[in-house]
Design a protein around this ligand. Structure first.
Ligand code: MN
Ligand code: MN
Length: 479
């Protein structure tokens, strides 16, 4: 952060003061922010699941010359500086590399974000009828405040994989002519018992059942006529039967598109900023790298972060390590395990995940000096974790100093911020999975209001600064 000006207009290098980013930018940069965020808003509205984000990202990467590693393997290809490759794990996690000029053993510059977001998943045997209404039973995914999801228009996204392996893509509720789904809530007139419950207990997870139909089928032989009608529609429109739900991944997400927020249009209200705001800005940075970088660049778009990075597509798996090994193999005549370990340990990483912003309506959870503010730029977080930094990957001061240098010299507006005040709670990111390799890693992402709500708030200046920060890091991380 550059030195601030004191009241006497003298430069003070002794004090550190943060200020609103809008006071530091000119009209040209404001225009760049606005254009960048319009494109982001459109993308966010199209990519509402990890699979959708993955597929959109593959299109953009291929458009910029990134090649599918599976094809390169078949060709026995070798890669050299400037070549670009991507790897996919089951269509949900995507890792891309731009080969740099230096040997890979000197490490990668990595920007890693996640593309799964909190949502409500459909169970494996979900469809039932009760009181002549049809419902889908669900199990929510990630940390949600359940009451926020009631009575809003919801969309159904995902895939149904039939026994023969064929895939049916489902997206219902996004076109204005589409029907939507919803979770109902009790009317206030009859809610006196419910209103006495805590917010956590007021809505039970097992009761998050999606209303999906109410018109009975005129068929004397069917006992559950409303359910029968829904099955008929599913069969006619999507050629799927009730049994096909067994091998489906269907996700309930808010049906609304992202919108400009505020009369000044300075913010975006949308579903899934966590963490697609960092995933998109990281992706754009990788796409926009014009020159061949010194150190090889790596972009991670990971699945399953919201449930602890478990599973074959989560960062707790060996996928990242495996694709690094593949990349080393693509770049050398003889692969060595020691080279891989050196490449990983010598890497630098921005764990690109969102953080919480100070909310003046809920001031008690933050310590103001050390919390991020809206429009103050991208937020760098030395440590996450909770209650005594537990489970945090506490970044090294030496690395933090490098981050200061990189961002300041590239005119990135940035700030530091921790996730809530001490003992208030906390959270984690994928940082500690990467720190296991001994690499330098720090959390760095956009601050949000209403994180994990169906519609989250992000500031446009902060979004654009994330892009600038990731681009600077990939381009210019080490001096
Ligand atoms: Mn996140
Ligand atoms: Mn999250």
């Amino acid at each position: 952060m550059p030195a601030t000006k004191t009241k006497n207009n003298q430069k003070s290098v002794l004090e550190y003061k943060r200020e609103n980013g809008y006071l530091k930018i000119d009209e040209k940069e404001k225009k760049s922010i606005s254009e960048f965020c319009s494109a982001y808003s459109l993308f966010l509205g199209e990519a509402k699941t990890e699979r959708e984000f993955h597929d959109e990202a593959v299109k953009l990467l291929e458009g910029k010359g990134f090649r599918n590693a599976e094809i390169l393997k078949k060709e026995n290809a070798k890669l050299k500086a400037g070549d670009k490759v991507y790897y996919s794990a089951y269509g949900k996690t995507l890792i891309a590399f731009i080969i740099g000029k230096k040997p890979l053993t000197e490490g990668f510059n990595i920007v890693g974000a996640h593309i799964d977001s909190p949502r409500i998943d459909i169970k494996q045997n979900p469809l039932y009828e009760n009181s002549e209404m049809a419902y889908l039973d669900t199990h929510y995914y990630g940390g949600i405040k359940k009451y926020q999801w009631l009575t809003i228009p919801l969309a159904l996204h995902g895939v149904v994989v039939k026994k023969n392996g064929s895939k049916v893509n489902i997206k219902i509720g996004e076109e204005s002519s589409d029907p939507v789904l919803c979770l109902t809530d009790l009317l206030p007139h009859l809610a006196q018992d419910q209103m006495k419950k805590s917010l956590a207990e007021g809505v039970e997870g097992e009761n998050l059942d999606i209303l999906i139909g109410s018109e009975p089928l005129k068929d004397k032989d069917k006992k559950e006529k409303v359910k029968a009608r829904i099955l008929k529609i599913l069969s006619e429109k999507y050629k799927i039967s009730e049994e096909d739900f067994l091998s489906a991944e269907l996700e309930i997400v808010p049906a609304a598109k992202p919108r400009d927020l505020g009369l000044d249009r300075s913010m975006i209200l949308g579903y899934g900023h966590d963490d697609r705001v960092c995933a998109y800005t990281g992706l754009k940075a990788a796409l926009d790298l014009k020159e061949i970088p010194q150190y090889s660049s790596c972009l991670i778009l990971a699945d399953k972060e919201e449930i602890g990075s478990y599973g074959a597509t989560g960062m707790g798996s060996n996928f990242f390590e495996n694709v690094c090994a593949e990349t080393l193999n693509f770049c050398s005549q003889s692969y060595s395990e020691l080279d891989l370990k050196r490449a990983l340990a010598n890497s630098w990483m921005l764990s690109a995940d969102v953080n919480s912003l100070f909310d003046p309506l809920f001031p008690s959870v933050s310590e103001k000096k050390n919390t991020a503010f809206l429009n103050y730029g991208i937020c760098v977080t030395k440590y996450t974790g909770s209650r005594g930094k537990s489970a945090s990957s506490d970044a090294n001061a030496e690395f933090m100093a490098q981050i200061r240098r990189i961002f300041d010299s590239n005119k990135v507006i940035w700030q530091t911020g921790e996730l809530g005040k001490v003992d208030q709670g906390g959270g984690g990111t994928i940082a500690h999975y990467m720190a296991r390799y001994g690499m330098q890693v720090i959390d760095c992402g956009v601050g949000l209001l209403s994180m994990h709500a169906p519609m989250e708030v992000a500031g446009k200046l902060d979004i654009y600064m994330a892009y600038k920060a990731y681009l600077a890091f990939l381009k210019d991380a080490r001096k």
